[in-house]
Write a protein that binds this ligand. Structure first.
Ligand code: F6R
Length: 606
């Protein structure tokens, strides 16, 4: 999603800003720009499309100056045009970048236009530039101007501005959208994502909601919502240079798919207590205090939550509700039998999920953050953190974070089952042993790439694909369809196989590819019967199965057979061929595997 960077120091800002923007590239964007203050001139260069387009513009028109800001934009208000790209300027003296949404922009724009302002874009963000310009025109200093702007706007923002009237100063503010300041000797950086600064700064401080301030080469001066100086704690940055390295793979997604034996193993290690038991990193008292869980998440993390619900209900016998974060806080949910909200987010920054967590906390639920980015907002605001140890995930389509989330959720289910007396010691021990075999099984599953490549060649000839599964494999059918849609742009839907006869079976026509997900679970025969119903109506069936479940099926075009595993863990294993299928289909279609159109890695708008 949109990214902000800024630099003030003694080196030329533009190349450093471009480099920092490259580190945010993985988040997804559709245009970019940089502005820098050089003496009495404000330089501004913007371009639609990839950062290479911006780099080419900068090569033609280099920007001088040692203080500047940059932005990658993911369109919300207004189309993907150069005029809508940030930074925005109002009078040639001010430049502003903004993530989030100015909810009262229409009223502000009307007021500013009535006062003579000329708007150059369709964005909500441009009102900020005009408000800053109006403040400086009154002769105010940068802090007073910033306070004046913040007093006028409603909505969500991370913003940064530079002005010829305040040389060497970056004005910054945050409300509901992340912003951090990098600490260094002789220069300062700012960014919406600490990973953009990891190369240059060892420590960052994160602004809290309603914080604002001025950043100079000597460091930041931050103020809180009561206009009091605020000392925000400096934290070490956990991101590393590995983030921009594909390690010999063509795409980050390919690399991340192949990292899963390690990422699941590392996550399991983090979930293991000092006595060797899977504790999910929680104390016995914390586990005993759980009387029921609301799982809050979006997208792929939401599908992980659905699988988690099956596990926790089955292994711990506790009530679990799964909620789409974007719906939860708007529909007046009741706290019900739930003591805890388990908030699942790879990035830890999805605004929907963050707002859902805050809503749950306000209702009195204890919050647990299941996140992959340890210094993210959700991690910092949750009462306890259950980390996935997947490492930075750069491909927009989530892969290794999903399987790491499943690993944590399985550990949570097992730990709750043990502490709530639902699982005998021996049963818990067997399940623990079963999950310990998963990194190896996932490693072996990766060898299915050539077979899946053949299936992908068939799939891309079709206009639509269905994924069917039952029980624990139903949410995986949803996830398999989402993965295919988002990176190959092929229409796909996931259904609970038993639900087909209630409507979706009308979609079946000769040649429609159906991906059946089967394990040796109690519903194996019923799932196979549902798949036969689709095949009997002309569907081309491709089976993804584990532990010889496919041997019962003689009507599939191809069977992708995964290693045997405990059927409870089948979603963790069958996720691998589902991800590979989406990746191979994207390769067949020649789409952008790591940065699919219209999508962003970290979704910080509603
Ligand atoms: C799909 C995908 C998205 C995210 C969703 C939530 O591959 O990556 O659906 O899962 O935007 O993101 P997080 O988990 O960062 O909150």
């Amino acid at each position: 999603m949109c990214g902000i960077v800024g630099y003030t120091g003694s080196d030329t800002a533009a190349p450093l800003l471009l480099e920092a923007l490259r580190r945010l590239e993985y988040r997804g964007y559709d245009s970019a720009g940089i502005a820098a203050l050089a003496g009495d001139h404000l330089g501004l260069v913007r371009a639609v499309g990839k950062l290479d387009n911006l780099a080419a513009r900068l090569a033609e028109q280099p920007l001088a100056g040692t203080c500047g800001i940059g932005h990658t934009r993911w369109a919300t208000h207004g189309g993907v045009t150069e005029a809508n790209a940030h930074p925005h300027s109002a009078d040639g003296r001010i430049a502003v970048v903004h993530n989030g949404i100015i909810e009262n922009y229409a009223a502000l724009r009307a007021e500013l236009e009535a006062a003579g302002a000329n708007f150059a874009s369709q964005t909500d963000s441009e009102v900020l530039a005009h408000l800053f310009a109006a403040g400086f025109a009154k002769g105010l200093g940068p802090l007073a101007v910033l306070q004046g702007v913040l007093a006028r706007i409603e909505g969500a923002w991370a913003l940064a501005a530079v002005s010829l009237d305040a040389p060497g100063v970056i004005m910054i503010a945050r409300n509901a959208s992340p912003l951090a300041v990098g600490l260094a000797d002789g220069f300062s950086l700012i960014a919406s994502d600490a990973s953009a600064m990891a190369q240059n700064c060892g420590q960052v401080l994160y602004l809290k909601d309603d914080d604002y301030g001025l950043v100079t080469p000597a460091g930041p001066q931050i103020y809180d919502r009561n206009n009091q100086p605020a000392n925000r704690e400096a934290l070490r940055i956990s991101a590393s240079p590995v983030m921009v390295d594909k390690a010999g793979y063509r795409h980050f997604m390919e690399k991340e798919i192949h990292e899963q034996p390690d990422s699941v193993a590392h996550t399991l290690a983090a979930m293991t207590g000092p006595d060797g038991q899977l504790t999910a990193g929680l104390q016995t008292a914390q586990l005993k205090a759980v009387s029921g869980l609301v799982l809050l998440a979006a997208g792929t993390s939401h599908y992980a939550a659905l699988i988690g619900k099956y596990w926790i209900e089955r292994l711990a016998g506790l009530p679990v509700a799964v909620e789409l974060a974007s719906e939860y806080h708007y529909r007046q949910p009741v706290a019900g039998p739930f003591s805890h909200a388990l908030v699942i987010s790879q990035s830890g920054e999805s605004l929907d999920t963050l707002m859902a967590m805050r809503h749950a906390a306000a209702m009195g639920l204890q919050t647990l953050g299941l996140v992959n980015v340890p210094d993210s907002t959700i991690a910092r605001e949750a009462e306890a953190v259950l980390p996935t140890r997947a490492g930075p995930e750069i491909g927009v389509a989530s892969t290794k974070a999903f399987t790491a989330q499943l690993t944590v959720l399985f550990a949570v289910a097992l730990a709750l089952g043990r502490t709530h007396g639902r699982l005998e010691k021996q049963q818990a021990g067997q399940l623990h042993e079963a999950v310990l075999t998963m990194p190896g099984a996932i490693g072996r599953a990766l060898s299915c790439v050539p077979q899946i490549q053949q299936i992908a060649k068939q799939l891309v000839l079709s206009h639509s694909v269905l994924f069917l599964g039952r029980d624990l494999l139903y949410p995986l059918a949803l996830e398999g369809a989402l993965k295919l849609k988002e990176i190959s742009y092929l229409h796909a839907e996931g259904f609970a196989a038993g639900e087909m006869k209630h409507g979706p079976i009308a979609l079946i026509e000769p040649g429609l590819p159906v991906i059946g997900l089967v394990s040796q679970d109690a519903l194996q025969a019923k799932t196979i019967s549902n798949l036969r119903e689709a095949e009997a109506r002309g569907a081309d069936l491709y089976l993804i199965s584990c532990g010889a479940a496919g041997e019962q099926v003689d009507f599939a075009r191809q069977i992708v057979e995964m290693p045997a595993c405990n059927p409870l863990l089948a979603p963790l294993l069958l996720a691998i061929p589902a991800q590979i299928l989406a990746w191979q289909a994207a390769l067949e279609k020649g789409t952008d595997v790591d940065q699919p159109r219209n999508l962003a890695k970290s979704v910080t708008v509603e």
